[in-house]
Design a protein around this ligand. Sequence first.
Ligand code: SF4
Length: 386
Amino acid sequence: MNKLQEKAEPLELGLYIHVPFCARSCDFCHFYQEPPKRSDLNTYLDGMDIAMGKNPPPRIAGTAFWGGGTPGLLSAKDLERLCKTMVRSNYGVVPKEWSIEMAPATVKKDKIRILKDQGVSRISMGVQSFQPGLLDALGRVHSLEQVERSIELLKTEGWDNFNLDMIFAIPGQTLKMWEQDLDAVIQAGPMHISTYCLTFEEDTALWVRLQKGQVQRHTVEDEARFHELTWEKLAQAGYEQYEVSNFAKKGYACRHNLDTWRMQEWVGYGPSASSQLGIRRWTEPHSIDEWLAGLRDGRTKLTEEVQLTPNILAQDYLIFGLRMNAGVDLVDWESRFGESPIKGWEPFKTTLLEEGLAKSEGTRLWLTDSGRLVADRIGEEVLGLE
Ligand code: SF4
C-alpha cells in the first residue's frame, strides 16, 4: 500500500479471478478466451495453484469476483478445486461477497451446490435477451429454454442473490422488443440487473458484419431512448439504479464493483487478469502458456503495466465515480489525491453544472439523467483534462 492508496477509507481489498474459457466466442465479445480443452484446463488450474500460492493477496480480501470467459464452464470438481485454492490463498477466509459469472448453459445442480458449499454468495448470469432471434443475432450459444431452466434451478436451489446481464440496442431490436425483454427480466425476479448498450468492438464478428453493411447500428438518439426506458421500467419495478448500467434491490448492489470503481485495490489472478495495487496497475499475459511460463520462471511478460500517479488515479476516480448515481465526494477525492489534483477540473465541473449534466450538494457531485446519457463522452473529456 502506498500513500496514494492508504488514504482510501475503508480500504477493502478485492480479488479477481479470470477463467479464460468459452464454449465458443459470442459475436460481440472481444475478451480473451480459449476453447475448453482438457489439457488447457489442467494447465490453467495448476497455474492458479502456483499463482495464488506464490503470490497470495497482500492482506485478506473482503470481496471476490470470478469473470471470464465462462467460469461456469469448469466442471463441479474443477470449480471446487479453484474455490479451495482461492480461499486458501486468502488466508483461509471466505470473502464476504463472492460473485461468479455463469452462462445459462453451464448452470447445473452439482456445480451450484458445490459453489454454495464453498461460500460463493452471488451468481451473475449472462442472459442478454429472452428472445431467440436476438440471441442468434448476438451469436450466443444458449437457448431461451436454457435461460428459463437455469433461473428456475437457481431459485429452487435457494440462490436469491443472482444478477442477470442484459443487452440492448442490438441490430434489429425495436424499443418494443426491449420492453418485452425488460418485462421478462423483471418477471424472473433477480436481486440485481445489469443492462449494457451493445458496443461494436473491433475485430469481433459483429463488427465485421457492421463493416460489410450486413447490420446497422442504432443512432445515439435511439440508444438514449433504450436507456430511458430501462431506467423508467426498472425503477417502477423496485430496482434502484446505482450506476449507468447497474440496478439492484435494496442492499444488493455489487460491493466488489463499487470498490473497484472507487479506485480501491484489487489483485487479479489468471491469464489476462488485471490488478491495481499500490502504485501499480498491470495485466497478465493473454495466453495460458505465456502466463504459466512467467509463473514458473518468475519473468512474466505483462501485457500492460502502468505506474500510477495521483493524476491517473484522480482521473479514474472521477470517470468511474461520475457513472455512479451517488456520484463523487470531492473532499474525499482531494484528500486521497491532493488538492486540485487535475488543473482543468474546476472549469469543467462548472460547465457540467451549467449545462444541467451534473448537480451538486455539499461535497458531492453527481450526473443528472441527461449527464448519465452522455457519461462515456464526459469520461473521455475528463481523461483529456490536464
Ligand atoms: S460467454 Fe462471455 S466471455 Fe465468452 S464469448 Fe460470450 S460474452 Fe465473451
